[in-house]
Design a protein around this ligand. Structure first.
Ligand code: ZN
Length: 423
Protein backbone atom coordinates (compact mmCIF):
# COMPACT_ATOMS: atom_id res chain seq x y z
CA UNK A 1 0.00 0.00 0.00
CA UNK A 2 1.46 3.34 -0.95
CA UNK A 3 2.27 5.56 1.95
CA UNK A 4 0.15 8.57 2.69
CA UNK A 5 3.18 10.66 2.10
CA UNK A 6 3.50 9.19 -1.38
CA UNK A 7 -0.16 9.84 -2.18
CA UNK A 8 0.04 13.37 -0.86
CA UNK A 9 3.10 13.89 -2.97
CA UNK A 10 1.47 12.38 -6.04
CA UNK A 11 -1.64 14.52 -5.53
CA UNK A 12 0.40 17.63 -5.13
CA UNK A 13 2.32 16.82 -8.31
CA UNK A 14 -0.90 16.16 -10.20
CA UNK A 15 -2.55 19.33 -9.03
CA UNK A 16 0.60 21.30 -9.67
CA UNK A 17 0.63 19.87 -13.18
CA UNK A 18 -3.02 20.67 -13.70
CA UNK A 19 -2.50 24.19 -12.48
CA UNK A 20 0.75 24.76 -14.31
CA UNK A 21 -0.39 23.31 -17.57
CA UNK A 22 -0.97 26.36 -19.71
CA UNK A 23 -4.40 26.59 -21.22
CA UNK A 24 -2.96 27.41 -24.64
CA UNK A 25 -0.47 24.54 -24.53
CA UNK A 26 -3.24 22.12 -23.55
CA UNK A 27 -5.21 22.69 -26.71
CA UNK A 28 -2.17 22.14 -28.92
CA UNK A 29 -1.32 18.66 -27.65
CA UNK A 30 -0.21 17.16 -30.97
CA UNK A 31 -3.67 17.63 -32.42
CA UNK A 32 -3.70 17.45 -36.20
CA UNK A 33 -5.25 20.51 -37.79
CA UNK A 34 -6.00 20.95 -41.47
CA UNK A 35 -6.39 24.44 -42.91
CA UNK A 36 -7.88 24.92 -46.37
CA UNK A 37 -6.61 27.90 -48.37
CA UNK A 38 -7.46 29.08 -51.86
CA UNK A 39 -4.60 31.62 -51.86
CA UNK A 40 -1.61 31.39 -49.54
CA UNK A 41 1.52 33.52 -49.69
CA UNK A 42 4.40 31.25 -48.70
CA UNK A 43 6.36 34.16 -47.19
CA UNK A 44 9.13 33.92 -49.78
CA UNK A 45 7.32 35.43 -52.74
CA UNK A 46 5.27 32.54 -54.05
CA UNK A 47 1.48 32.28 -54.07
CA UNK A 48 0.14 28.78 -53.40
CA UNK A 49 -3.30 28.07 -54.83
CA UNK A 50 -5.91 25.65 -53.50
CA UNK A 51 -3.79 23.94 -50.93
CA UNK A 52 -4.22 22.56 -47.44
CA UNK A 53 -1.81 23.22 -44.63
CA UNK A 54 -1.43 20.36 -42.18
CA UNK A 55 -0.36 21.30 -38.66
CA UNK A 56 0.63 18.91 -35.89
CA UNK A 57 1.36 20.33 -32.48
CA UNK A 58 3.18 23.59 -33.04
CA UNK A 59 4.56 22.72 -36.47
CA UNK A 60 3.52 22.71 -40.10
CA UNK A 61 4.00 19.12 -41.24
CA UNK A 62 2.70 19.15 -44.82
CA UNK A 63 1.18 21.10 -47.68
CA UNK A 64 -1.24 18.63 -49.18
CA UNK A 65 -4.24 19.63 -51.32
CA UNK A 66 -5.86 16.26 -50.48
CA UNK A 67 -5.50 16.42 -46.69
CA UNK A 68 -8.67 16.28 -44.63
CA UNK A 69 -10.93 16.66 -42.82
CA UNK A 70 -10.70 20.43 -42.91
CA UNK A 71 -10.74 22.11 -39.48
CA UNK A 72 -10.43 25.71 -40.66
CA UNK A 73 -11.76 26.70 -44.04
CA UNK A 74 -9.90 29.87 -44.98
CA UNK A 75 -10.79 29.76 -48.66
CA UNK A 76 -11.58 33.20 -50.05
CA UNK A 77 -9.11 34.80 -47.66
CA UNK A 78 -5.39 35.46 -48.12
CA UNK A 79 -3.39 33.13 -45.91
CA UNK A 80 0.21 33.98 -45.04
CA UNK A 81 2.85 33.42 -42.37
CA UNK A 82 2.42 35.44 -39.18
CA UNK A 83 4.15 38.77 -39.50
CA UNK A 84 7.42 39.69 -37.82
CA UNK A 85 8.02 43.22 -36.53
CA UNK A 86 11.75 43.82 -36.12
CA UNK A 87 11.39 46.90 -33.95
CA UNK A 88 8.82 47.50 -31.24
CA UNK A 89 8.82 48.70 -27.65
CA UNK A 90 6.27 46.26 -26.34
CA UNK A 91 6.05 47.67 -22.80
CA UNK A 92 5.76 51.36 -23.82
CA UNK A 93 2.35 52.83 -23.02
CA UNK A 94 0.40 55.90 -22.05
CA UNK A 95 -0.13 56.16 -18.30
CA UNK A 96 -3.29 56.63 -16.26
CA UNK A 97 -3.07 60.39 -16.85
CA UNK A 98 -3.09 59.73 -20.58
CA UNK A 99 0.50 60.92 -20.95
CA UNK A 100 3.49 59.05 -22.35
CA UNK A 101 4.63 56.74 -19.54
CA UNK A 102 7.66 55.24 -21.28
CA UNK A 103 8.51 51.56 -21.15
CA UNK A 104 10.22 50.98 -17.84
CA UNK A 105 7.39 51.29 -15.29
CA UNK A 106 6.86 48.28 -13.07
CA UNK A 107 3.59 49.09 -11.24
CA UNK A 108 0.72 46.64 -11.77
CA UNK A 109 -0.93 49.12 -14.15
CA UNK A 110 2.22 49.27 -16.26
CA UNK A 111 2.37 45.50 -16.43
CA UNK A 112 -1.27 45.15 -17.47
CA UNK A 113 -0.73 47.72 -20.19
CA UNK A 114 2.33 45.81 -21.43
CA UNK A 115 0.23 42.64 -21.48
CA UNK A 116 -2.45 44.46 -23.41
CA UNK A 117 0.13 45.68 -25.93
CA UNK A 118 1.22 42.08 -26.47
CA UNK A 119 -2.37 40.94 -26.95
CA UNK A 120 -3.37 43.59 -29.50
CA UNK A 121 -0.10 43.03 -31.38
CA UNK A 122 -0.89 39.32 -31.71
CA UNK A 123 -4.49 40.05 -32.72
CA UNK A 124 -3.13 42.33 -35.47
CA UNK A 125 -1.33 39.35 -37.03
CA UNK A 126 2.15 39.83 -35.57
CA UNK A 127 3.31 36.50 -34.20
CA UNK A 128 6.92 37.56 -33.53
CA UNK A 129 8.29 40.93 -32.43
CA UNK A 130 11.71 42.19 -31.49
CA UNK A 131 11.49 44.61 -28.58
CA UNK A 132 14.47 46.94 -28.29
CA UNK A 133 14.28 47.12 -25.38
CA UNK A 134 13.51 47.27 -21.71
CA UNK A 135 14.26 44.94 -18.80
CA UNK A 136 10.45 44.68 -18.51
CA UNK A 137 10.42 42.75 -21.78
CA UNK A 138 11.97 39.74 -20.08
CA UNK A 139 9.11 38.57 -17.81
CA UNK A 140 6.58 39.25 -20.59
CA UNK A 141 8.71 37.35 -23.13
CA UNK A 142 9.10 34.44 -20.76
CA UNK A 143 5.42 34.27 -19.74
CA UNK A 144 4.37 34.17 -23.38
CA UNK A 145 7.05 31.59 -24.21
CA UNK A 146 5.81 29.36 -21.36
CA UNK A 147 2.37 29.45 -22.94
CA UNK A 148 0.69 30.89 -19.85
CA UNK A 149 -0.10 34.14 -21.53
CA UNK A 150 -1.14 35.09 -25.08
CA UNK A 151 1.10 37.34 -27.13
CA UNK A 152 3.64 37.35 -29.91
CA UNK A 153 6.95 35.56 -29.58
CA UNK A 154 9.21 38.27 -28.13
CA UNK A 155 12.91 38.81 -28.62
CA UNK A 156 14.46 41.56 -26.54
CA UNK A 157 17.56 43.73 -26.27
CA UNK A 158 16.97 44.24 -22.50
CA UNK A 159 18.87 47.53 -21.99
CA UNK A 160 20.17 49.39 -25.04
CA UNK A 161 23.55 51.10 -25.05
CA UNK A 162 22.38 54.71 -24.89
CA UNK A 163 25.36 56.52 -23.44
CA UNK A 164 27.11 58.94 -25.74
CA UNK A 165 30.77 59.65 -26.50
CA UNK A 166 33.18 59.06 -23.63
CA UNK A 167 30.30 58.24 -21.30
CA UNK A 168 29.66 55.08 -23.33
CA UNK A 169 33.07 53.90 -22.13
CA UNK A 170 36.23 52.51 -23.61
CA UNK A 171 35.99 49.71 -26.16
CA UNK A 172 36.72 47.25 -23.34
CA UNK A 173 33.93 48.71 -21.19
CA UNK A 174 31.55 48.53 -24.13
CA UNK A 175 32.44 44.87 -24.62
CA UNK A 176 31.68 44.25 -20.96
CA UNK A 177 28.31 46.03 -21.39
CA UNK A 178 27.43 43.72 -24.28
CA UNK A 179 28.30 40.65 -22.19
CA UNK A 180 26.19 42.02 -19.33
CA UNK A 181 23.14 42.24 -21.61
CA UNK A 182 23.69 38.67 -22.72
CA UNK A 183 23.83 37.53 -19.11
CA UNK A 184 20.57 39.42 -18.46
CA UNK A 185 18.89 37.35 -21.18
CA UNK A 186 19.22 39.55 -24.27
CA UNK A 187 18.41 38.00 -27.64
CA UNK A 188 19.94 40.94 -29.49
CA UNK A 189 22.04 44.02 -28.67
CA UNK A 190 20.64 47.49 -29.32
CA UNK A 191 23.08 50.35 -29.76
CA UNK A 192 22.37 54.06 -30.13
CA UNK A 193 24.91 55.55 -32.52
CA UNK A 194 22.97 58.76 -33.26
CA UNK A 195 21.15 61.35 -31.24
CA UNK A 196 17.40 61.35 -31.64
CA UNK A 197 16.37 62.91 -34.92
CA UNK A 198 14.52 65.46 -32.77
CA UNK A 199 17.94 66.65 -31.58
CA UNK A 200 19.59 66.60 -34.98
CA UNK A 201 20.62 62.96 -35.36
CA UNK A 202 24.39 63.49 -34.92
CA UNK A 203 26.86 60.62 -34.40
CA UNK A 204 27.22 59.72 -30.71
CA UNK A 205 29.79 56.91 -30.76
CA UNK A 206 33.23 56.73 -32.37
CA UNK A 207 33.99 54.15 -35.03
CA UNK A 208 36.20 52.38 -32.50
CA UNK A 209 33.35 52.17 -29.96
CA UNK A 210 30.90 50.86 -32.56
CA UNK A 211 33.43 48.32 -33.79
CA UNK A 212 33.86 47.04 -30.23
CA UNK A 213 30.09 46.75 -29.61
CA UNK A 214 29.27 44.88 -32.80
CA UNK A 215 32.38 42.70 -32.68
CA UNK A 216 31.77 41.64 -29.09
CA UNK A 217 28.12 40.84 -29.83
CA UNK A 218 29.22 38.66 -32.73
CA UNK A 219 31.66 36.84 -30.44
CA UNK A 220 28.80 36.26 -28.00
CA UNK A 221 26.60 34.91 -30.81
CA UNK A 222 24.26 37.90 -30.75
CA UNK A 223 23.03 40.20 -33.48
CA UNK A 224 23.28 44.00 -33.28
CA UNK A 225 20.65 46.61 -34.07
CA UNK A 226 21.99 50.13 -34.41
CA UNK A 227 19.85 53.24 -34.09
CA UNK A 228 21.50 55.29 -36.83
CA UNK A 229 20.86 58.37 -38.93
CA UNK A 230 23.10 60.11 -41.45
CA UNK A 231 26.83 59.31 -40.90
CA UNK A 232 26.05 56.70 -38.28
CA UNK A 233 24.55 54.46 -41.00
CA UNK A 234 27.93 54.10 -42.71
CA UNK A 235 29.76 53.76 -39.39
CA UNK A 236 27.46 50.92 -38.28
CA UNK A 237 27.84 49.19 -41.64
CA UNK A 238 31.63 49.44 -41.51
CA UNK A 239 31.57 48.09 -37.95
CA UNK A 240 29.89 44.93 -39.22
CA UNK A 241 26.69 45.44 -37.22
CA UNK A 242 23.70 43.33 -38.26
CA UNK A 243 20.96 45.88 -38.84
CA UNK A 244 20.48 49.62 -39.10
CA UNK A 245 17.33 51.03 -37.48
CA UNK A 246 15.67 54.14 -38.99
CA UNK A 247 18.51 55.14 -41.38
CA UNK A 248 17.06 58.59 -42.08
CA UNK A 249 19.31 60.75 -44.33
CA UNK A 250 21.49 57.83 -45.40
CA UNK A 251 22.94 58.54 -48.84
CA UNK A 252 22.58 56.31 -51.89
CA UNK A 253 26.24 55.34 -51.37
CA UNK A 254 25.56 54.36 -47.75
CA UNK A 255 22.71 52.11 -48.90
CA UNK A 256 24.90 50.61 -51.60
CA UNK A 257 27.56 49.80 -49.01
CA UNK A 258 24.90 48.18 -46.79
CA UNK A 259 23.78 46.01 -49.72
CA UNK A 260 27.39 44.97 -50.39
CA UNK A 261 28.02 44.09 -46.75
CA UNK A 262 24.63 42.38 -46.27
CA UNK A 263 23.59 44.82 -43.53
CA UNK A 264 19.83 44.83 -43.01
CA UNK A 265 17.94 48.12 -43.11
CA UNK A 266 14.84 48.67 -41.01
CA UNK A 267 13.40 52.04 -42.07
CA UNK A 268 10.08 53.47 -40.87
CA UNK A 269 7.95 54.88 -43.65
CA UNK A 270 5.22 56.36 -41.51
CA UNK A 271 3.50 54.79 -38.54
CA UNK A 272 5.87 55.95 -35.81
CA UNK A 273 5.73 59.60 -36.85
CA UNK A 274 2.05 59.53 -37.76
CA UNK A 275 1.47 58.21 -34.26
CA UNK A 276 3.50 61.01 -32.67
CA UNK A 277 1.49 63.57 -34.63
CA UNK A 278 -1.80 61.87 -33.76
CA UNK A 279 -0.93 61.74 -30.06
CA UNK A 280 1.12 64.91 -29.84
CA UNK A 281 -0.49 66.12 -26.60
CA UNK A 282 0.22 62.81 -24.89
CA UNK A 283 3.95 63.02 -25.67
CA UNK A 284 4.54 66.77 -25.29
CA UNK A 285 6.24 67.68 -22.06
CA UNK A 286 7.24 64.11 -21.21
CA UNK A 287 11.00 63.32 -21.14
CA UNK A 288 12.56 63.82 -24.58
CA UNK A 289 9.52 65.43 -26.22
CA UNK A 290 9.63 69.21 -26.68
CA UNK A 291 7.49 71.37 -28.98
CA UNK A 292 10.57 72.04 -31.15
CA UNK A 293 11.36 68.34 -31.37
CA UNK A 294 7.79 67.49 -32.35
CA UNK A 295 7.91 70.14 -35.10
CA UNK A 296 11.12 68.59 -36.49
CA UNK A 297 9.47 65.22 -36.56
CA UNK A 298 6.80 66.30 -38.99
CA UNK A 299 9.59 67.20 -41.46
CA UNK A 300 11.26 63.86 -40.92
CA UNK A 301 8.24 62.05 -42.36
CA UNK A 302 9.06 63.15 -45.92
CA UNK A 303 12.76 62.30 -45.36
CA UNK A 304 11.70 58.81 -44.33
CA UNK A 305 9.57 58.43 -47.46
CA UNK A 306 12.63 59.40 -49.51
CA UNK A 307 14.78 56.89 -47.64
CA UNK A 308 12.39 54.03 -48.40
CA UNK A 309 12.14 55.11 -52.04
CA UNK A 310 15.92 55.19 -52.24
CA UNK A 311 16.16 51.77 -50.53
CA UNK A 312 13.78 50.29 -53.12
CA UNK A 313 16.15 51.53 -55.84
CA UNK A 314 19.22 49.92 -54.21
CA UNK A 315 19.84 46.48 -55.73
CA UNK A 316 20.40 43.73 -53.18
CA UNK A 317 19.59 45.85 -50.12
CA UNK A 318 17.78 43.75 -47.53
CA UNK A 319 14.93 45.85 -46.14
CA UNK A 320 13.08 44.33 -43.20
CA UNK A 321 9.81 45.34 -41.61
CA UNK A 322 9.94 47.26 -38.35
CA UNK A 323 7.52 49.83 -37.00
CA UNK A 324 9.13 51.24 -33.85
CA UNK A 325 5.71 50.62 -32.26
CA UNK A 326 5.38 52.48 -28.97
CA UNK A 327 2.56 53.99 -26.93
CA UNK A 328 -0.39 54.52 -29.26
CA UNK A 329 0.72 52.27 -32.10
CA UNK A 330 0.65 48.75 -30.65
CA UNK A 331 -1.86 46.69 -32.61
CA UNK A 332 -1.66 49.14 -35.50
CA UNK A 333 1.75 47.83 -36.68
CA UNK A 334 0.32 46.87 -40.08
CA UNK A 335 -0.28 50.54 -40.91
CA UNK A 336 3.44 50.64 -41.72
CA UNK A 337 2.85 48.26 -44.65
CA UNK A 338 0.38 50.74 -46.10
CA UNK A 339 2.84 53.61 -45.62
CA UNK A 340 5.66 51.68 -47.28
CA UNK A 341 3.58 50.74 -50.30
CA UNK A 342 1.76 54.06 -50.66
CA UNK A 343 4.57 56.50 -49.80
CA UNK A 344 7.74 54.44 -50.15
CA UNK A 345 7.10 52.76 -53.50
CA UNK A 346 7.51 49.27 -52.04
CA UNK A 347 5.85 46.46 -54.00
CA UNK A 348 3.13 44.79 -51.90
CA UNK A 349 4.76 41.36 -52.25
CA UNK A 350 8.13 42.80 -51.13
CA UNK A 351 6.38 44.39 -48.16
CA UNK A 352 4.94 41.01 -47.14
CA UNK A 353 8.29 39.22 -47.56
CA UNK A 354 9.98 41.91 -45.44
CA UNK A 355 7.81 40.84 -42.51
CA UNK A 356 7.97 37.12 -43.34
CA UNK A 357 10.99 35.18 -44.66
CA UNK A 358 13.35 38.17 -44.82
CA UNK A 359 12.31 39.31 -41.36
CA UNK A 360 12.96 35.79 -40.07
CA UNK A 361 16.35 35.66 -41.79
CA UNK A 362 17.34 38.94 -40.11
CA UNK A 363 16.47 37.41 -36.73
CA UNK A 364 18.51 34.30 -37.56
CA UNK A 365 15.26 32.31 -37.36
CA UNK A 366 14.58 31.46 -41.01
CA UNK A 367 14.54 27.75 -40.13
CA UNK A 368 11.74 28.33 -37.59
CA UNK A 369 9.41 31.11 -38.72
CA UNK A 370 8.55 33.42 -41.63
CA UNK A 371 7.40 30.87 -44.22
CA UNK A 372 4.61 28.41 -44.77
CA UNK A 373 6.61 25.24 -45.22
CA UNK A 374 6.84 21.83 -43.55
CA UNK A 375 9.07 21.85 -40.47
CA UNK A 376 8.40 25.48 -39.59
CA UNK A 377 6.36 26.83 -36.71
CA UNK A 378 2.66 27.01 -37.51
CA UNK A 379 2.43 30.80 -37.40
CA UNK A 380 -0.39 31.40 -39.84
CA UNK A 381 -2.67 34.39 -40.35
CA UNK A 382 -5.44 35.21 -42.81
CA UNK A 383 -6.61 38.51 -44.22
CA UNK A 384 -10.05 39.31 -45.52
CA UNK A 385 -8.81 40.75 -48.81
CA UNK A 386 -5.79 40.50 -51.06
CA UNK A 387 -2.87 42.70 -49.96
CA UNK A 388 -1.23 42.29 -53.38
CA UNK A 389 -4.21 44.11 -54.95
CA UNK A 390 -5.10 46.42 -52.07
CA UNK A 391 -2.54 46.81 -49.33
CA UNK A 392 -5.18 48.06 -46.87
CA UNK A 393 -6.24 44.39 -46.58
CA UNK A 394 -3.52 44.18 -43.90
CA UNK A 395 -6.00 45.89 -41.57
CA UNK A 396 -8.38 42.96 -41.85
CA UNK A 397 -6.73 40.13 -39.96
CA UNK A 398 -9.46 37.57 -39.29
CA UNK A 399 -7.41 34.53 -38.31
CA UNK A 400 -4.30 34.21 -36.15
CA UNK A 401 -2.52 30.96 -35.31
CA UNK A 402 0.78 31.01 -33.46
CA UNK A 403 2.73 27.84 -32.83
CA UNK A 404 -0.28 25.75 -33.85
CA UNK A 405 -2.71 27.48 -31.49
CA UNK A 406 -5.59 29.51 -32.85
CA UNK A 407 -5.94 32.83 -31.03
CA UNK A 408 -8.31 34.55 -33.43
CA UNK A 409 -10.89 33.28 -35.88
CA UNK A 410 -13.56 35.87 -36.53
CA UNK A 411 -16.24 36.16 -39.16
CA UNK A 412 -15.17 37.50 -42.51
CA UNK A 413 -15.93 41.15 -43.04
CA UNK A 414 -15.96 41.58 -39.29
CA UNK A 415 -14.59 45.00 -38.42
CA UNK A 416 -11.29 44.25 -36.70
CA UNK A 417 -11.87 45.13 -33.08
CA UNK A 418 -8.35 46.34 -32.44
CA UNK A 419 -7.67 48.39 -35.55
CA UNK A 420 -8.63 51.68 -34.01
CA UNK A 421 -7.75 51.00 -30.41
CA UNK A 422 -4.80 52.77 -28.87
CA UNK A 423 -3.89 51.06 -25.64
ZN1 ZN B 1 12.70 52.37 -31.18
Amino acid sequence: MPSLKFIACLLSVLSACAMAKPIFAQSSAQKRIVIAASAALDGKGRVLHDTRIVVEGSTIVALDPKAGPVDYDLRGLTVLPGWIDAHVHITWSFGKDGKNAGMDGTAPDDNYRAASNAWVTLMAGFTTVQSVGSPNDIPLRDAIARGVFPGPRILTAVEPLTQQGEKAGTPEEIRAYVRKQKEAGADVIKIFASQSIRQGGGLTLSQEQLNAACDEAKKQGLRTLVHAYKDAVRAATLAGCTEVEHGTLATADDLKLMAEKGTYLDPQAGLVIENYVLNKDKFLGTPGYTAEGMAVMENVLSMNHELVQSAVRTPGLKVVFGTDALAGSHGRNAEEFIDRVRDGGVEPMAAMISANSLGAEALGMADQIGSIAPGLQADIIALDGDPLKDITAVRHVVFVMKGGIVYKNVAREAIPVYAGVQP
